[in-house]
Design a protein around this ligand. Structure first.
Ligand SMILES: *[C@@H]1O[C@H](CO)[C@@H](O)[C@H](O)[C@H]1NC(C)=O
Ligand SMILES: *[C@@H]1O[C@H](CO)[C@@H](O)[C@H](O)[C@H]1NC(C)=O
Length: 453
């Protein structure tokens, strides 16, 4: 008996083991929480939040590419000889209230959060032992920013999953440059910096998303990505729940990983056969905070909800990026967008969370109508109020059981039902009086008893 059960448990263990090959790693099922969550918050925060000019590529644009706009900015505003590292003491974060951030993220309806633990500049937002004097405990905030946010999210809003972004490469790290000059036949940077840091991050903060980046110059072989992922999936403290993106070495993007990000602001507009994520920014031009951004540089809420509808209908998740300031504030316009998103989801979230793509993604007759489904219900997210209050749906065939309702609407008797007429190739739904509708943007119809065209 003992031998039999030992044998069975060995079998179970060996079956759970992933090999460091893409074939094996890609066979791991996607942990369920991620697809159900649909909406996450991305946070780009670091030393670039101090100049907060141009983009988070500040340093590279200034010293790496020598782009004139950045060179001029430095000449006009800083003493000669000022270095990028000189910005770090001004990364003060004195207004950083992690509980407040957790509360805003929660109010946005997001179900996961991804913080940049280290961007391409190499500055770590946690006290990394491998980032001597270039981390948030030694310089600047004098705090473990990753730990403080993780703690706030987990204690205040435990239903929100905590994740971390990590840039594999660092623009100006001498050991990375040395590996690069050896055409990546040496990988001292990976063994001395990247892997110790990734292991430290996973063991210390147990992130349930690892959003890797900065991989593109070198192959997965150099980064030892497959070995890391095998450990992550087999033996790490988050082996059962962690999800990872697709940036693990040249050519991995859009081909390997729990979900594909393909390129920044990826929004293909058609159904994909692998889980994917639209990582996009509220500031159209930058991931990091820009002081010079004006109101029109930010997505309107209408634009944001359009991204959401298109993304979810095609099987993606939406990762909405905010760029906090050097002193730890979420800019008011970003907070407002997040709260608008949350108000919309409070009313219409049924069409989003836990939904799956339907037979059709957008309507065949009327532009700007995006579908999702759940059980035997089909949801139509309608981005524009229809002309003359009548919406034509061409992707829908009625049956004798067809019933149509609107989530944000109730008549005097508490009914959300809408009238519709049957057309030769679809249905025409009559919208209610706008004054009775409790949502200003993107109205959601719940369709019951219909067939896809
Ligand atoms: C999180 O959001 C939900 C839904 O809006 C709300 O009921 C709850 O009170 C919020 N929790 C916190 C800690 O803000
Ligand atoms: C449906 O979406 C696709 C992809 O965005 C677009 O090319 C097509 O025109 C849309 N169809 C309608 C009727 O809007």
């Amino acid at each position: 008996m003992f031998i039999v059960s030992l044998f069975l448990s060995l079998l179970a263990v060996s079956r759970a083991q992933y090999e460091p090959t893409w074939e094996s790693l890609d066979s791991r099922p996607l942990p369920e929480w991620y697809d159900a969550a649909k909406v996450g918050i991305f946070i780009h925060w670091g030393v670039y939040s101090v100049p907060s000019f141009g983009s988070e590529w500040f340093w590279k644009n200034w010293q790496g590419f020598g782009i004139q706009k950045y060179v001029d900015f430095m000449e006009r505003n800083y003493r000669p000889g000022f270095t990028y590292a000189d910005f770090a003491p001004a990364f003060t974060a004195e207004f950083f209230e992690p509980d407040e951030w957790a509360s805003v993220f929660n109010a946005s309806g997001a179900r996961y959060v991804v913080l940049t633990s280290k961007h391409h500049e190499g500055f770590t937002l946690w006290p990394s032992r491998y980032s001597w004097n270039w981390n948030s405990l030694d310089v600047g905030p004098k705090r473990d920013l990753v730990g403080d946010l993780a703690e706030a999210i987990r204690s205040k809003t435990p239903h929100i999953h905590f994740g971390l972004y990590y840039s594999l490469y660092e623009w100006f790290h001498p050991i990375f440059q040395s590996d690069m000059s050896h055409l990546f036949t040496t990988n001292e940077f990976v063994t001395k910096k990247v892997m110790p840091e990734l292991n430290d991050l996973v063991n210390r903060y147990e992130p349930e998303v690892i959003w890797s980046d900065g991989d593109w110059d070198a192959p997965a072989l150099y980064w030892t990505s497959k070995e890391f992922l095998a450990w992550l999936f087999n033996a790490s403290p988050v082996k059962d729940t962690v999800v990872v993106n697709d940036r693990w070495g040249t050519g991995a993007i859009c081909h390997h990983g729990s979900f594909y990000t393909c390129f920044d602001r990826y929004n293909p507009g058609v159904l994909q056969n692998h889980k994917w994520e639209n990582a996009m920014t509220l500031d159209r031009h930058s991931w990091g905070y820009r002081r010079e951004a004006g109101a029109s540089d930010y997505l309107s809420f209408r634009e944001l909800v359009t991204e959401l509808a298109e993304t979810i209908s095609c099987g993606g998740n939406l990762l909405v990026n905010v760029g906090p300031t050097h002193d730890g504030r979420l800019p008011a316009i970003m907070e407002e967008r997040l709260r608008q998103l949350g108000s919309w989801l409070d009313v219409n979230g049924e069409a989003v969370y836990d939904s799956v793509p339907w037979k059709h993604q957008n309507d065949t007759l009327t532009p700007g109508v995006w579908y999702t489904s759940k059980g035997n219900l089909v949801y139509a997210m309608v981005l524009s109020w229809p002309e003359k209050d009548v919406l034509t749906l061409g992707s829908v065939r009625p049956t004798p059981q067809t019933h149509v309702a609107m989530l944000a609407y109730q008549d005097d008797h508490g009914s959300s039902s809408l009238q519709f007429t049957i057309l030769q190739d679809g249905i025409a739904v009559t919208f209610p009086a706008m004054s009775r509708v409790g949502s200003q943007w993107a109205w959601v119809l719940v369709l019951q008893g219909i067939e896809p065209a």
